[in-house]
Ligand binder design. Sequence first.
Ligand SMILES: Cc1cc2nc3c(=O)[nH]c(=O)nc-3n(C[C@H](O)[C@H](O)[C@H](O)COP(=O)(O)O)c2cc1C
Length: 295
Amino acid sequence: MVSLLPGPVRAGGVDLKNHLILAAGVLGTTGASLQRVLSLGAGGVVTKSIGPFPNEGHAGPCLVVMEGGILNAMGLPNPSSDFVDELVPLQGEPVVVSVYGGSPEEFATVAGWFAGKARGVELNLSCPHAAGYGAALGADPRLVEACTRAVADLGIPVWVKLTPNVTDITACGIAAERGGARALVAINTVKAMRISTGMRRPVLGNRFGGLSGRSIFPIAVRCVYELYEACSIPIIGCGGVSSAGDVIEMMMAGATAVQIGSAVHSDLRVFERIAGELYSPDGEPSAELVGCAHV
Ligand SMILES: Cc1cc2nc3c(=O)[nH]c(=O)nc-3n(C[C@H](O)[C@H](O)[C@H](O)COP(=O)(O)O)c2cc1C
């Protein structure tokens, strides 16, 4: 298998310890859990999405683990501005705060709480199950551009996380780039649902949710590939990554680094495990791999 030369990585204005980043919403709910994932080998971590007001999230069931993936409709539960205190012990660590809002102004307010307290912010313009938030804004390129610009004006490196639940993801990527994004993150979950045939009703409390894990990997690779052709800023691949081979494939599609979420559910040591296979002293510089599958 192709291997990579180890060493520090810079992606979208943020210095990382390696190419593997914890994805938003998975274990990123406290400072202690973020610290733990860093100590287990992640090159950087993204927090749970933080919004303008405290939110309890959707009524359960919120999460269903299935073969090949996870279906969730958490509903963006978070403590809002109280989360700022969680980051105090993490000063200097590669932490990116995921933020959400219902307007450009709300995005700027929430991101402003974390200026100087995190290396960057990731805009959640892509959650498929939060009315008025996430993909409700992120499917409209004009709103993507406005939200991105409002936060970029604060002078913090901005990553914009995109939804695959649109006809043309490149329109949103181009809009984010125009608004001043330093990187694109592709992708958030794929809108989906399951029905309990025994109970004759949807399994999730919210009826619809987002599918993640191995089953969405080919969708994520396609989105990264399309964005690489259309945009000039770095792309961070996310969706179904669970092996070193997946990381290499994402990079060949055009990813500068990758995020890992669902794979943490079955293997908390996934970062160490992948890094052990991915890096070798005679590996290739990542710049030679990123986008090499574009012919
Ligand atoms: C339980 C759960 C909670 C999530 N919460 C968030 C969130 O708060 N913000 C966000 O941008 N993405 C959230 N996501 C999406 C992930 O960050 C990621 O985009 C998605 O799961 C695809 O990656 P994966 O297949 O590696 O999990 C969540 C995913 C899961 C499974």
